[in-house]
Design a protein around this ligand. Structure first.
Ligand code: GTP
Ligand code: MG
Length: 197
């Protein structure tokens, strides 16, 4: 799946602009700067596919990609911080929440959590929204390369404990580094399970 074609298909900043549902889809959600766009690039092996930045608030629309017409990937704007007008941030937050709760083609939401920060307030709110909407989600720790093994182990245990309290959560915690490549092949294998044959 990831060895084949991957193309940008659409960008949307309001509900009517969303592309029609067709393929099964997965998406990447999480705090601003957590590494969503970097993970899309690491998974697809295309460094410049999704725009990344050191400045939080880089991704300002829902960005849709298509993997060989078998699976849709969606890179979402982050929550928590953005160097943009407050009204814009509110609009993205609203759109992202609507998308997460109501997009029927979503097979699983990957909720990214910075390994250095652990689960935060914004993350808990999204977990609650997904639980209430009965949308399957899985937690993904990002930037694992930034931590020493003991510290990583600790945040893994804490995150797993949080995940275990949520009804719509997939039990496995994915631990990744888009920079070092840790966990990327494993996550690819998991995601491939959602693609059309
Ligand atoms: P928004 O679009 O603003 O919501 O951010 P995002 O979640 O898409 O984050 P993005 O992928 O743009 O990455 C943010 C910053 O984190 C960039 O400077 C990346 O280089 C860095 N980053 C992402 N993944 C990793 C990683 O695995 N390890 C390290 N060390 N840095 C990473
Ligand atoms: Mg981004």
């Amino acid at each position: 799946l990831f060895a084949g074609q991957c193309d940008f298909t659409a960008a949307a900043n309001n509900m009517p602009a969303l592309p029609p549902m067709g393929l099964p889809e997965i998406c990447f959600a999480g705090r601003s700067n957590v590494g969503k766009s970097s993970l899309v690039n690491a998974l697809t092996g295309r460094r410049m596919l999704a725009r990344t930045s050191q400045t939080p608030g880089r991704t300002r629309q829902l960005i849709f990609f298509d993997l060989g017409q078998r699976l849709g990937l969606v890179d979402l704007p982050g929550y928590g911080y953005a160097s943009a007008p407050k009204t814009d941030i509110e609009a993205w937050t609203k759109l992202t929440r609507k998308f997460l709760a109501g997009r029927q083609s979503l097979q699983r939401v990957f909720l990214l959590i910075d390994a250095r920060r652990g689960v935060g307030k914004g993350d808990s709110e999204i977990m609650k929204l997904l639980d209430e909407s009965a949308v399957s989600w899985a937690a993904v720790l990002t930037k694992a390369d930034k931590l020493k093994p003991e510290a990583l182990e600790k945040v893994c245990r804490a995150t797993e404990a949080t995940v275990a309290t949520h009804v719509a959560a997939y039990p496995e915690l994915f631990v990744t580094s888009s920079q070092a490549g840790d966990g990327i092949e494993h996550l690819r294998g998991h995601i491939a399970g959602f693609a059309l044959q």
